[in-house]
Design a protein around this ligand. Structure first.
Ligand code: FMN
Length: 187
């Protein structure tokens, strides 16, 4: 496929300037997709209203809430690849990402009506301060569910999970991220 035609949507969620998940996300794109210009969305800089469970999308391909999600719906529909980075919060995805995911109920309802959007690939970049058993499982399950809903096949091999960030300096964490990304690229 002509790389210039591939649409990449990159969803950043960390509220921190110089976040590790954001750094790792940009690095991953530069390594995996060097020739693709991404559409970038920064969820902590925007306000997404929560799904109101109004059932409007059970009959229409639209959401009753008028906010920035209308722009994001378009980007999701058009994307061939979606990359999502997040810091682990309370063992799951941060609230700003969960709002985005819940509003994908529109695509869940469409799927139920056998209306499908373009096939895609989904990739995760996740960071976490600590290291404990099954720490990413809850977030990964939520992301799998989201990817399935938007017709994205989850690419676990390209996805990266960076635990124990509390144990290292920012500089060392960036080096760790680079090693983990290089490793998943060549495995
Ligand atoms: C509200 C909040 C909740 C957090 N919850 C967890 C958690 O459940 N498990 C964990 O290992 N780290 C947790 N952390 C730490 C972050 O995941 C960690 O600092 C991460 O590296 C930040 O990534 P960033 O630089 O991309 O924002 C939490 C941090 C915050 C602010």
């Amino acid at each position: 496929m002509d790389e210039s035609k591939i649409k990449l949507l990159s969803v950043y969620t960390s509220p921190r300037e110089d976040s590790l998940s954001g750094y790792s996300h940009r690095l991953l794109i530069s390594k995996y997709f060097p020739d693709i210009k991404a559409d970038e969305v920064f969820l902590s800089k925007t306000v997404i209203r929560p799904c109101s469970a109004c059932s409007f999308c059970s009959t229409k391909d639209e959401c009753s809430i008028e906010d920035i999600m209308n722009e994001y719906y378009k980007l999701i529909r058009e994307a061939d690849i979606i990359t999502v980075s997040f810091p682990l919060y309370f063992s799951t995805v941060p609230a700003q990402l969960k709002l985005f995911i819940d509003r994908a109920q529109l695509f869940w309802e469409m799927k139920k009506r056998n209306e499908f959007i373009k096939n895609k690939t989904g990739i995760i970049i996740a960071t976490a301060g600590n290291n404990y058993k099954d720490m990413f499982t809850c977030a990964e399950n939520t992301m799998r569910h989201f990817f399935k809903t938007i017709n994205a096949e989850y690419n676990k091999q390209y996805s990266v999970f960076i635990p124990s960030t509390d144990d290292y300096s920012a500089e060392k964490n960036r080096l760790r991220a680079e090693n983990i990304i290089n490793k998943s690229l060549f495995e």
